[in-house]
Design a protein around this ligand. Structure first.
Ligand code: ZN
Length: 146
């Protein structure tokens, strides 16, 4: 495992692609984040399958993704009910999501969705259970190439 991570040519996990923050009110948080980051929210997108409205900010190479629930069944609604607003997940940019899922599964990480699904921002995504990742919901994401 160690050798795998030290291998110089290996760039399976490229960077922290974004940090997802659960918010109650996307519009109110947009203003707060624009003030905080001194940059405009450059994109909004609703993902109906997940019951979320998202808003994106670019911060250097990384993005901040705000997530607001669009219905009560949404994972974001449940998160806010339990833990209030806050960091919801950390997303890692990967070259090949299928290879990474297989690698992590072999190491004992718990994959929440066996098949990658289409997320916001033209990405294939898959989540790792927080119970296998120090309590942090981790998203793997891979850009969908046309
Ligand atoms: Zn995300």
């Amino acid at each position: 495992m160690r050798d795998f991570f030290l291998s110089k040519n290996c760039k399976m996990i490229k960077k922290v692609e974004h940090i997802g923050i659960a918010v109650k009110d996307l519009q109110a948080s947009q203003k707060l984040m624009e003030d905080l980051l001194d940059t405009k929210m450059y994109k909004t997108e609703t993902v109906n399958s997940e019951g979320v409205s998202t808003g994106f900010f670019q911060v250097g190479e990384t993005k901040i993704e705000l997530l607001e629930a669009t219905n009560k069944q949404s994972p974001i609604a449940k998160f806010i009910e339990k833990r209030n607003e806050g960091i919801h997940h950390i997303a890692l940019d990967v070259d090949d999501i299928y290879t990474e899922m297989e690698r992590l599964q072999k190491l004992g990480f718990i994959i929440l969705n066996e098949t990658p699904k289409k997320g916001a921002d033209n990405k294939l995504v898959c989540f790792l259970h927080p119970k296998s990742t120090n309590g942090v919901l981790v998203e793997l994401c891979q850009e969908i190439k046309e």
